[in-house]
Design a protein around this ligand. Structure first.
Ligand code: SF4
Ligand code: FES
Length: 235
C-alpha cells in the first residue's frame, strides 16, 4: 500500500490502482464518458481531468488512466481541474452538438448548450464498443479504422467485421449515445446492418438469442448446443 493526498485527505492506495477508483471511493463526483470499470482505460474524452503534482509542478491528468504513485498529490476541485473538465466537455459539444448524451454532459459541466430537439446519436469515439467486444465478449468484431500513420485522424470510424460478429448486442448496450443500432424483426436481429437468425426457445417459442451467439457460447464453454435451446425465463 502507498499513500496519496486527495483533495487534502491522506488516502491509502493499492499500487497500480487508478486515481479514479479512489476519487469514486470518496464519493467525489467526477464525470466520465469513455471509462467502464470492466474495461481497460482509454483516456479519450478527458472529462475526468484532475490536477496532479508531478515533480513539484501541478499538471492536468485524466483520472481514469492515471495510476497512483507514492506521495502523489491530487486536486479534483481546483479551478484548473474544473476548467479542464469544462474545456473537454466544450470540445465534445463543439464536435457533437446534436447528440443528447454529449449535450447533457456539457450542460452539467456549465457549458452553454443551445436548444436542440433532435438527438443525432453520433459516434463520439469513446471506444466502449470496441473494448467491450474485444475484452469482454472476446470476439473483436469492432475496431477503429483511419488510425495510424498517414491516416485521417480527425475522422476515425468503427470498422465492423461481419464474419467475426456473433450478434450478441453488447456494443449496442454499452454505447452511451445510441449510435449502435440494434433492431428486432420477427426471428431476426439486425445489428451493424448484419441480420442474425434468432434461436427460438423450445419451451415458450420466443426468439431469445442469435444462433451464432449460442454456437459461440457452446464452442467456448463446451456446453452442448442441445442444452442452449431454452431461454433464461423458461429454465
Ligand atoms: S459506436 Fe458508441 S460505443 Fe462505439 S465508439 Fe462510438 S459512441 Fe462509443
Ligand atoms: S473518462 Fe477519463 S478520459 Fe474519458
Amino acid at each position: 500500500m502507498i499513500e496519496i493526498t486527495l483533495d487534502g485527505w491522506k488516502v491509502k492506495a493499492q499500487e497500480g490502482s487508478t486515481l479514479l477508483s479512489h476519487i469514486r471511493a470518496r464519493n467525489i463526483d467526477l464525470p466520465t464518458l469513455c471509462q467502464h470499470d470492466e474495461l481497460s482505460p482509454f483516456g479519450a474524452c478527458r472529462l475526468c481531468a484532475v490536477e496532479v503534482k508531478v515533480n513539484g509542478k501541478w499538471e492536468l491528468a485524466t483520472a481514469c488512466n492515471t495510476p497512483v504513485a507514492k506521495g502523489m498529490e491530487v486536486r479534483t476541485d481546483s479551478e484548473r481541474a474544473i476548467a479542464g473538465r469544462k474545456l473537454a466537455a466544450s470540445l465534445l459539444y463543439y464536435r457533437y452538438p446534436a447528440t443528447r448524451a454529449v449535450r447533457d454532459l456539457a450542460e452539467n459541466l456549465g457549458v452553454a448548450v443551445a436548444a436542440e430537439a433532435a438527438d443525432a446519436k453520433e459516434c463520439v469515439l469513446c471506444g466502449l464498443c470496441t473494448r467491450t467486444c474485444r475484452e469482454i465478449v472476446g470476439v473483436a468484431a469492432l475496431s477503429f479504422e483511419d488510425r495510424g500513420l498517414g491516416r485521417d485522424v480527425d475522422e476515425p470510424r468503427i470498422a465492423f467485421d461481419a464474419n467475426a460478429c456473433i450478434g450478441c448486442g453488447s456494443c449496442a448496450y454499452v454505447c452511451p449515445t445510441g449510435h449502435v443500432k440494434m433492431e428486432a424483426t420477427g426471428d431476426k436481429r439486425i445489428i451493424w446492418d448484419k441480420a442474425f437468425k434468432m434461436a427460438t426457445c423450445q419451451v415458450c417459442g420466443r426468439p431469445f438469442a442469435p444462433e451464432d451467439q449460442l454456437k459461440y457460447i457452446s464452442a467456448r464453454t463446451g456446453v452442448p448446443m442441445s442444452r442452449l435451446k431454452t431461454c433464461m425465463s423458461c429454465r
